[in-house]
Design a protein around this ligand. Structure first.
Ligand SMILES: Nc1ncnc2c1ncn2[C@@H]1O[C@H](COP(=O)(O)OP(=O)(O)OP(=O)(O)O)[C@@H](O)[C@H]1O
Length: 598
């Protein structure tokens, strides 16, 4: 999928694919026993209620003319039993189908979520997160009706229809055929609007997705919105998207609403003709008795009732298919970054890292890294510096295999990282990304995210090393203070320190710190540096920093620009070189000097 936005509709499938339903069927299969029980209850109730018009026939033809009170009581008793059984089975069926429906929804949602966990960064780069969310929550929820009632009702309604036709045929073949002649007209109508109806629901799902994407984006960006006083404009955009959604919904349901009246009209017309035929038969004194005709009129209304339900099911089927297309599209999304066939476990890392002529593009035709080569020996600390957008983060992203390398090879300890399992590779690396994400939960949980088996003492030690202990202890519940998703109650520097501790707790052999200290005050950074120097011992580390004071002690500095390593060496060597690093250093140095003078 090309890059998508909240105001760009996703690509829609052209054809109406019943295969989606077949796949949904696989989710229902584990509950076949429950479904069979529910179907049995419904079918038996339906078959028994078919007897009621027959009872009327007997009452009219035999019991009333013979004045058989006992027979009348017996038939009334049977009718009562049938009604009670129907009520009981309906209740049981609702309970079973709801349970099955919700279990299927739960399974579908779990499958999407688990798959999303595996999808690489590139998948999330390409679409608004709100559009992903809508699939996991709203689209799956929208299947609830179909799964809870639709599937089973269809089976039972179809069977009921067969029973009814059977009973009607047993009473009068000619009238039955007359009754059925409305069906081809209905089928023709349904097939005529099918394509448009399907497309209308696809559009509706797209508009819902767009709206959701915008809501998610607006909530995430609310601080910027308010600081730039963009509330009015945003409300305007929201209004437009919401109206688009409303219109698409109205258009889609208009198609659904067409079905009900069409069934009603066809049933009314055929029923009217049937009554004329019945009255004609009664008046012409033909073979049909009054009882037969009364019984037949009882079946006519029963004949159209399952057809109305089937027509409603047809509507929810078309609606569901447009959601299923999106749901299965997500589940089928190939995991672009995965273990290669025959991938082996990464042996315990010693720490040598080699980039061998590595090139990479996020987008076809635009080279982000161009022939990058370097080797870091175990225990070395490598700084990666350079202007914004130079490709620094991309280098470390490739080292963790967050993206597939375009060309060239990355080796760790002479092992090609594309040939090892992602799990064995990533568990030996500690990454602190630019965005120090904080999860909802306690501070203790957030630090322990890096190593689930770490004890409280180990968590505290990691926090102490990165100078986070003091501010944590000042919070109301110390390490057990609850923080919100994204750590909204923490300062940017505090968030960085927590994610720093998280990365260290993983005790990685290779440590990646991407702008780890950019929001930390200089005083804390100086203290942090001491602890960090201790910690970096014995680990290979890659430190990306714009503030050059942070990286002067690194063994080697790579100056990256336009996706290429422009120069590399120690701080002193690069200053002597008087190349781009020197210029960068001098500009920061004179800036600091000017500030100090001011
Ligand atoms: N997910 C992405 N999809 C497409 N292009 C991207 C993506 N991420 C980064 N880029 C582009 O790749 C280039 C390098 O980005 P990168 O994040 O590696 O730069 P950087 O040197 O780390 O920058 P900074 O110092 O600002 O963090 C930039 O031009 C950026 O626009």
């Amino acid at each position: 999928m090309a890059r998508n936005r909240y105001d760009i509709d996703e690509v829609m499938e052209d054809h109406f694919d019943l295969g989606q339903l077949k796949r949904l069927g696989h989710y229902v299969l584990p509950f076949k026993k429950d479904m069979a029980l529910a179907a049995f209850l419904m079918l038996s109730a339906s078959a028994l209620t078919m007897l009621i018009p027959r009872f009327f026939m007997t009452v009219m033809n035999d019991i009333i003319p013979q004045g058989d009170v006992k027979g009348l009581l017996r038939i009334s008793f049977y009718t009562l039993l049938i009604i009670l059984y129907s009520v009981f089975s309906l209740k049981a069926k609702i309970k079973i189908t709801n349970r099955v429906g919700q279990s299927v929804i739960h399974q579908l949602r779990t499958d999407i979520f688990c798959h999303l966990q595996e999808l690489p960064f590139s998948y999330y780069d390409d679409r608004p997160h709100g559009k992903i969310q809508v699939r996991v929550v709203n689209y799956v929820n929208n299947l609830s009706d179909l799964l809870s009632n639709g599937l089973l009702n269809t089976i039972t309604d179809l069977c009921s229809l067969i029973f009814i036709i059977f009973f009607m045929l047993s009473i009068n073949v000619k009238l039955t055929l007359m009754c059925m002649c409305g069906l081809p007209v209905l089928a023709l109508f349904a097939s005529l609007i099918k394509k448009k109806q399907h497309r209308a629901w696809q559009i509706q799902s797209n508009k819902q997705s767009n709206l959701n994407a915008y809501i998610a984006e607006s909530i995430n960006g609310i601080r910027v919105t308010q600081s730039f006083v963009r509330e009015k404009e945003n409300s305007g955009i929201f209004n437009r998207l919401s109206d688009g959604y409303r219109q698409s919904w109205m258009r889609a349901v208009r198609f659904n609403f067409m079905m009900g009246p069409t069934v009603d009209v066809i049933s009314a017309v055929t029923t009217a003709f049937l009554y004329v035929a019945i009255v004609d038969m009664a008046m012409s004194g033909g073979t049909a008795s009054v009882g037969v005709l009364v019984a037949f009129t009882g079946y006519i209304s029963r004949f159209w009732s399952p057809i109305t339900t089937l027509a409603n099911f047809y509507n929810s089927l078309l609606t569901a298919i447009s959601y299923l297309e999106r749901i299965f599209e997500t589940i089928d999304e190939p995991v672009a970054v995965k273990d290669a066939p025959g991938a082996v476990e990464m042996p315990p890392i010693i720490g040598k890292v080699t980039f061998d002529h590595v090139s990479f593009s996020y987008e076809e035709g635009i080279k982000t890294l161009d022939d990058v080569s370097f080797t870091a020996m175990p225990g070395e600390s490598f700084a990666i510096v350079g202007p914004t957008g130079a490709g620094k983060t991309t280098i470390v992203n490739l080292l963790s295999r967050f993206y597939n390398i375009g060309s060239g090879t990355v080796y760790i300890d002479d092992t090609d990282i594309s040939k090892v399992t992602l799990h064995s590779l990533r568990t030996q690396m500690g990454v602190m990304m630019q965005d120090s994400f904080i999860f909802s939960g306690t501070i203790m949980d957030n630090i322990r995210y890096g190593n689930r088996t770490a004890t409280d003492d180990e968590v505290i030690l990691a926090a102490k090393t990165v100078c986070a202990h003091d501010f944590i202890m000042q919070m109301e519940d110390g390490y057990y203070t609850q923080v919100n998703e994204r750590g909204s109650r923490l300062s940017a520097g505090q968030r960085q320190l927590i994610s720093f501790a998280r990365a260290l707790l993983a005790d990685p052999k290779i440590l990646i710190l991407d702008e780890a200290t950019s929001s930390i005050d200089t005083e804390t950074e100086i203290i942090l540096q001491k602890g960090l120097n201790e910690l970096l011992k014995g680990r290979t580390s890659f430190i990306i920093a714009h503030r050059l004071s942070t990286i002067q002690n690194c063994t080697r500095i790579l100056y990256v620009d336009k996706g290429k390593i422009q120069e590399s060496g120690s701080h002193e060597e690069l200053l002597l070189n008087k190349g781009p690093y020197y210029n960068l250093f001098m500009s920061q140095y004179s800036f600091m000097k000017d500030k100090a003078v001011q």
